[in-house]
Design a protein around this ligand. Structure first.
Ligand SMILES: C[S@@+](CC[C@H](N)C(=O)[O-])C[C@H]1O[C@@H](n2cnc3c(N)ncnc32)[C@H](O)[C@@H]1O
Length: 420
């Protein structure tokens, strides 16, 4: 009887403690007390990646022993050199058979890849390969398409005149844009497949997901250390494009790679798919060097580290700025400062990932505009850019840099007649 009473008290005390712990969100006993079954069997990203690599090797994949995968921050991992590597060394080589791709006859392209990825996500877990499991477990909330309504409103307000030139950040915009009419636009698994294909598909083809290779992160400039290569029907590889030091991350460029240019069918993909588009499409704020484009103000400039020096930055105009462009920078700097004050003082009720990305992006935009504004004081301002058509940044002179001569067209665009 006494024993039963003590036991009941003990259980009640334990339940009370558990409630308190759950309430404050800290659980010091987690590892020896309330570990639920799913959590106990859940693998870490590193363990899952190891499984993917062992499974891929058993199917003939090659991984250079000089590289390893490492967690970077949060859910983000990357590929790193453990030892010095030479230019042209193979980082990884994945056989064609084990990539996720549309079945023969289903065509190529993003929509076909979404179809193939949907099959992977809908498989019975017992039938999933380690790579299928890895893809299924990827987080989604980092991507703006999955943000809350309030997060979207704030993002729209923050970007002002930057691309995308609309307030729709939904998966539907992308499904429409890519012409994928055959999918149920409301289906969350379709949204996840879309996100996986947009953020992880093989850049050369955009129609397949390649185990391990889809881990490669983006950075332009000196840190753009490697590029993908493939042989149709045979393999997908990653190859270094310069000598790499031990400890360096193996990174690709998502917009300046040679095939990006072929793929986009336009001569200047790296000029039209830049820092703001990378956030919109991939869900991350591009590290330096960055390229900023403000179409309505005919502004195009780069922000980069001086001599690869962390923290010391400068801005370079790829096209001479006009007085109107500079006035915009001046006014928008003031607007952005007020926006940040409000964001910090009235912390909105949105998930941390959205809030932190908004802060990070805000800091990048503000820094970029401030640097460009400072630089504009050293430039000869000219209205020549208003003699160009709206797609001014596509033109050859722009690619050749700010000093290239601009050939005025006969039609002057009155900036005040344009809709901003
Ligand atoms: C090809 S996948 C790389 C996967 C990524 N390494 C991971 O661990 O999930 C592209 C995604 O990686 C992230 N990413 C790539 N480069 C990045 C960078 N420089 N900084 C932050 N995130 C990056 C973005 O979320 C992007 O959508």
């Amino acid at each position: 009887m006494v024993f039963r009473k003590i036991n009941a008290t003990l259980v009640a005390t334990m339940m009370f403690l558990r409630c308190v712990i759950d309430d404050i969100g800290i659980n010091p006993f987690k590892h020896f007390w309330v570990v639920d079954a799913a959590e106990a069997t859940k693998k870490s990203d590193s363990e899952m990646l190891q499984d993917v690599m062992r499974w891929a090797e058993s199917h003939g994949a090659f991984f250079n022993p000089k590289v390893e995968t490492r967690p970077i921050v949060g859910d983000l991992s990357g590929i790193f050199a453990k030892e010095p590597m030479k230019e042209g060394e193979i980082v990884s080589k994945i056989p064609w058979d084990i990539i996720v791709k549309p079945p023969p006859g289903e065509g190529r392209g993003l929509c076909a890849a979404i179809g193939a990825t949907l099959e992977v996500l809908r498989k019975d877990p017992d039938e999933q390969t380690p790579y299928d499991k890895y893809l299924s477990s990827r987080p989604i909330r980092f991507h703006p398409m999955f943000w809350s309504t309030k997060g979207h409103e704030l993002l729209h307000e923050l970007i002002g005149d930057l691309p995308p030139d609309e307030d729709d950040f939904s998966p539907q915009r992308f499904l429409d844009h890519f012409g994928c009419e055959d999918f149920d636009f409301e289906d969350e698994t379709v949204h996840k497949a879309l996100m996986l294909v947009m953020t992880r598909s093989e850049g050369h083809r955009m129609d397949c997901l390649v185990p391990f290779n889809d881990l490669i992160n983006h950075k332009n400039g000196h840190d753009y250390t490697a590029e993908p290569r493939y042989e149709e029907g045979e393999y997908f590889a990653i190859v270094t494009r310069r000598d790499v030091e031990a400890g360096e991350e193996i990174r690709n460029s998502y917009n300046q790679c040679e095939f990006c240019l072929d793929f986009s069918n336009c001569p200047s993909f790296e000029l039209i798919f830049v820092t703001p588009h990378l956030l919109d499409h991939y869900g991350f704020v591009e590290p330096y060097p960055q390229r900023w484009i403000i179409p309505s103000r005919r502004l195009l400039f780069d922000v980069m580290e001086v001599d690869g020096n962390d923290g010391i930055l400068n801005a370079t105009f790829a096209i001479p700025p006009s007085p109107l462009g500079v006035q915009f920078l001046h006014d928008d700097i003031a607007r952005l400062k007020l926006f940040a004050e409000r964001l910090i003082s009235e912390k909105p009720n949105i998930p941390d990932i959205e809030y932190n990305t908004l802060l990070e992006y805000h800091q990048s935009i503000l820094r970029a505009y401030e640097l460009a504004y400072e630089q504009s004081k050293l430039e000869v301002l000219t209205d020549e850019v208003w003699y160009r058509h709206r797609d001014y940044w596509w033109e050859e002179e722009v690619q050749q840099g700010a000093n290239a001569a601009i050939t005025p067209s006969s039609s002057f665009v009155d900036p005040f007649d344009e809709e901003f």
